[in-house]
Design a protein around this ligand. Structure first.
Ligand code: AMP
Length: 630
């Protein structure tokens, strides 16, 4: 048995012993009385009775040893700014933000919605919430008003923290009008909106509701805000993610379990040491930003590099220039970013001194072999694919190099990480599949610390969605297909549901369909994910127009396609905009009226649509084919 198999086996045979040891990685104000309580499965509680605080562990705890060491580097190639905050400075900024939130009447358990570009204040706000026991809900800045409204409606925040604008590839994206529109659309009204003014865009204020961050920041200078100690299972945050319905799910995370899980992963999976610098090129709006831009590196006493910009501006060497400049030791990105770099001059990979860099981690979407080879050979550094989800909060599959550098297999993110009792199960029977047989990637409970504790405000949905998806087995479904080989390596083979993955961004086809349907020109629509060489997948829409005249000519179709793309962009954001909208007279359905999405996807990808015995009207698929050709 290899070392990582041994650690994995022990974590499952003796979860209490294993996780009690890991729990020593963080400070507890009150020690826990019980490591694991699974008496109300699947509502698992870890470190029961223990009281701790994420902000204390990420910031205050390090002041004694590393007050003057960097904690947060921030670089924006969008605004040509850079700043470094030491742990002492980070502590000061987070304390001020916490004092401001308290000044705006935020109490323990209140939600604070953070709709922010990649600026340091976004991290301050997250940590400040953790400090005072408020529950943050960060919404990706690329989402537009309807997406944002759905999240405001569900999270019911007391305060929203936002900014005048973000910037993407040199183009200013005003946030405030989108936020104002979202609040207008929502039945829940936040009491206050705290605004960071970057002076990138005009920012009209609503009297009595909108507050100025800079003014408040001066006012609360020097105010000490003690950490509010939370019982381990009390929520730290809610992060919305897409599922099969149009309504996003609020993934609720606990406090103590998350802190322990991240601290453990920093060593066992990411090989991070205190004083190291980690550069996670993602966004705080996604789970990887929560875990490995903000909390993980700071919990481990490392410096984190937060980057506002793209991988190719001002040039294709920017990421590597940052590695040299900040002596980055660990880097984390997504396969799409590497595929984007592949189109640039390969000389960028060798132009800078990358001697500090030890490992490059990639996650969020399947890593194709050519891309993995290209970057690994180009950098001469190990590339570590890892598989996980918003729900898990930290890697489920990886080569756990902090335990042992098992040989990687291209195309597989690796073996199950300690704590995960991962099974490949038959979708119809729930029985475990033998090696080589495709099945659903499932996890037998209890889920390890750090994984979602429930769906925010909807325990029932948590059970129904995740724990009753596989028949005859109480297991957590990842909604991914997978197969295990004889050595225990798992290969991920795509989603079992209608979720698509565009450039590592998880999107629900239902949400996009609902947005398209809100346009009066649309009678019916189906959205599927179609393979794309750069983004992994893109959304493609097949639409029946209400008025045939609007699709009668090529010109008319082009105009309507543009209009519909705009609808999605305005409501959900550019990330969700379909790559193409095709017009048809019928959609392929079963006799009971269910859309044959998989057949549509196959046709759109030029594959055989497979078994069509249940199809109502075979002509609909032919139409689809014709539309794609046309
Ligand atoms: P998200 O919740 O946005 O992180 O998306 C999670 C989903 O992305 C997973 O359920 C997978 O479908 C996909 N995914 C994430 N990481 C990988 C990976 N390393 N390989 C293949 N698919 C991945």
């Amino acid at each position: 048995m290899t070392a990582s198999h041994a650690v994995h086996a022990r974590s499952l045979a003796d979860p209490e012993g294993f996780w009690a040891e890991q729990a020593a990685r963080i400070d507890w104000e009150t020690p826990f009385g019980q490591v694991l309580d699974n008496s109300r499965a699947p509502f698992t509680r870890w470190f029961v009775g223990g009281r701790t605080n994420l902000c204390h562990n990420a910031v205050d705890r390090h002041l004694a040893a590393r007050a003057s060491q960097p904690a947060l580097h921030w670089v924006s190639t969008e605004t040509d700014q850079a700043r470094t905050f030491t742990y002492a400075e980070l502590h000061d900024e987070v304390s001020r933000m916490a004092a401001i939130l308290q000044g705006l009447d935020v109490q323990k358990g209140d939600r604070v919605l953070i709709y922010m570009p990649m600026i340091p204040e976004a991290a301050f706000a997250m940590l400040a919430c953790a400090r005072i026991g408020a529950i943050h809900s960060v919404v990706f800045g690329g989402f537009a008003s309807v997406s944002l409204a759905a999240r405001i409606e569900d999270a019911r925040p007391r305060v929203v923290v936002s900014a005048d604008a973000g910037s993407r590839a040199g183009k200013v994206v005003p946030y405030k009008p989108l936020l104002d529109e979202a609040i207008r659309l929502s039945s829940h009204q936040p009491g206050k909106v705290l605004l960071v003014d970057r002076q990138l865009a005009q920012m009209p204020r609503t009297e009595g509701r909108d507050e100025d961050y800079a003014a408040w920041r001066e006012r609360v200078a020097g105010v000490q805000v003690p950490c509010v100690w939370l019982e381990s299972s009390e929520p730290s945050y809610v992060l919305y993610t897409s599922g099969t319905t149009g309504k996003p799910k609020g993934v609720q995370r606990d406090t103590g379990g998350y802190a322990v899980a991240l601290a453990t992963s920093m060593e066992y999976i990411f090989c991070g040491k205190p004083g190291d610098t980690m550069f996670t090129a993602s966004d705080i709006g996604w789970v990887v930003g929560h875990s490995y831009i903000v909390y993980g590196p700071l919990l481990a006493g490392m410096a984190t590099l937060m980057y506002e910009g793209t991988p190719i501006r001002p040039d294709g060497g920017i990421l590597w220039r940052l590695v040299e400049q900040y002596k980055v030791n660990l880097m984390f990105s997504a396969p799409t970013a590497i595929r984007v770099l592949k189109k640039q001059d390969p000389a960028w990979l060798t132009r800078y001194d990358l001697s500090s860099l030890r490992l490059l981690f990639l996650a969020g979407e399947p890593l194709d072999e050519p891309t993995a080879r290209w970057i690994q050979d180009g950098l001469g550094k190990p590339v570590v694919d890892n598989y996980w989800q918003t729900e898990s909060g930290w890697p489920i599959l990886a080569i756990q190099r902090g335990i042992e550098a098992l040989p990687p297999k291209l195309g597989s993110p690796g073996v199950p990480a300690y704590g995960y009792d991962l099974k490949i199960v038959d979708e119809n029977t729930g029985a475990e599949c033998p090696p080589g047989q495709k099945g659903v990637v499932a996890i037998d409970g209890p889920l390890p610390p750090g994984c979602m504790s429930t769906v925010w405000g909807d325990d029932d949905r948590f059970v129904r969605t995740y724990w009753q998806a596989v028949p005859n087995r109480l297991c957590y479904s990842t909604f991914d297909w997978g197969v295990r080989d004889a050595d225990g390596y798992v290969f991920i083979l795509g989603r079992t549901d209608d979720v698509i993955n565009v450039a590592g961004h998880r999107l629900g086809t239902r949400e996009i369909e609902e947005s398209l349907s809100s346009n009066a020109a649309v009678a019916e629509v189906a959205v599927v994910g179609v393979q794309d060489a750069l983004k992994g997948q893109v959304a493609m829409a097949f639409c029946i127009a209400r008025d045939p005249a609007r699709t009668a000519t090529a010109e008319a179709r082009l105009a309507l396609e543009g209009e519909l793309m705009k609808t999605v962009e305005q409501q959900l954001g550019a990330v969700a905009r379909p790559a193409r909208v095709f017009f048809v007279n019928a959609l392929p359905k079963t006799r009971s009226g269910k859309l044959l999405r998989r057949a549509m996807q196959a046709v759109a990808e030029g594959r055989d649509p497979g078994d069509l015995t249940t199809i109502e009207d075979p002509g609909a698929l032919e139409q689809l084919q014709a539309a794609l050709k046309g």
